[in-house]
Design a protein around this ligand. Structure first.
Ligand code: GFB
Length: 308
């Protein structure tokens, strides 16, 4: 991407979009197209069409999405499929119609089958049944990938799709009902320390395993791929390492300095037993994750304490 090109970051106030904007600014990119959800309803095709017609962005990073943790996905499946299908379909189609040079679609590791062999390679997509708690979100993301590939095939566009693992970092959602596990546990342990509670509660059994990538690393990988990868085949973005939810809880508890015990609420779902990406393809392209989990957690705790 040329340093003076106009880059549209859809979803620039979210966890992912804000990290990509920070990283682009740090690398000297100077022209952006940015609109908040209050200004523009991306689920409306005419709104998106007008935006592209008037602004003609050179590059698009499609980081806008309805996202949430296991409970939000499980409770609002209609919202997750409708909103995500609408906005990605509108943006991908307009990107084609108005001659965008390249688009990056952000997917998710939950597109892979629930019982996929681990670590999960890119070609395991559509190899088996999905995890029921986030099937709606996964189907919408799979549709986005397939749409990018279809436009590339029919119209020779340059639309790439990347599949990040579970992300965390500054600007995450710390709401206990709708958040992902890592910000939820930071908040729970911070609150428990403050109120001198004897224990803090972790959902499920603690045995599922997840891979966590610091969002600034993800942003770096996205910019790297925008500059070095021109293929519709998906690329995983992760660290290649996972830990159990109990191990994660112990690590956050230690970093927060909470001295009580960890309890489990087995009425809450575990979700997929394991979700670890195979990142061989990304490594071979020349990119590896940099931020160790403990360091990323420390930075996220600090951000939460300063901004909550
Ligand atoms: O991060 P999380 O909500 O999403 O949950 P998924 C991961 C694991 O942490 C599950 C457990 O086994 C949860 O039961 N967990 C323990 C908790 N305590 C908590 C807590 O306080 N809050 C939350 N949220 N979880 C999501 C998908 O799946 O991952 C999305 O639903 C998306 O579609 C995202 O793909 C990356 O990893 O299970």
């Amino acid at each position: 991407m040329e340093k003076n090109a106009k880059i549209y970051i859809a979803g620039h106030t979210g966890l992912v979009g804000s990290a990509i904007l920070r990283a682009l600014q740090a690398q000297g990119y100077s022209k952006y197209l940015l609109h908040t959800i209050e200004e523009l309803d991306l689920t409306r095709q005419s709104v998106v069409d007008d935006l592209f017609k008037q602004e003609c962005p050179d590059y698009v990073i499609l980081a806008a999405a309805k996202v949430g943790g296991i409970q939000a996905n499980n409770t609002y499946p209609a919202d997750f499929i409708y909103i995500n299908l609408q906005l990605e379909s509108n943006i991908i189609h307009s990107a084609y119609q108005y001659g965008v040079k390249k688009l990056c679609f952000l997917g998710s590791s939950c597109i892979y089958p629930k019982y996929a062999q681990q670590p999960m390679k890119e070609d395991y997509l559509l190899d088996g049944k999905l995890e029921p708690t986030n099937e709606s979100y996964a189907i919408a993301k799979i549709a986005g990938i397939k749409m990018c590939q279809a436009y590339n095939r029919q119209y020779s566009t340059n639309f790439i799709s990347v599949m990040p693992t579970n992300l965390y970092g500054p600007h995450d959602n710390f709401d206990l009902q709708s958040s992902h596990v890592l910000p939820a546990l930071i908040r729970k342990f911070v609150d428990a320390r403050k109120s001198s509670a004897p224990s803090a509660t972790v959902w499920g059994t603690g045995s599922p395993k997840r891979e966590f990538l610091f969002v600034d690393d993800l942003a770096d990988a996205v910019i790297f791929l925008m500059n070095h990868y021109d293929d519709g085949e998906i690329v995983n973005i992760g660290t290649g390492k996972d830990i159990s939810i109990l191990e994660l809880a112990s690590l956050i508890k230690e970093e927060v300095g909470f001295n009580g015990t960890i309890e489990f609420d087995s009425t809450k779902p575990d979700g997929t037993p394991r979700k670890l990406l195979d990142v061989t393809k990304l490594n071979q392209l020349g990119w590896t994750a940099k931020t160790p989990l403990r360091e990323g957690i420390r930075k996220t705790i600090q951000w939460y304490l300063e901004n909550k």
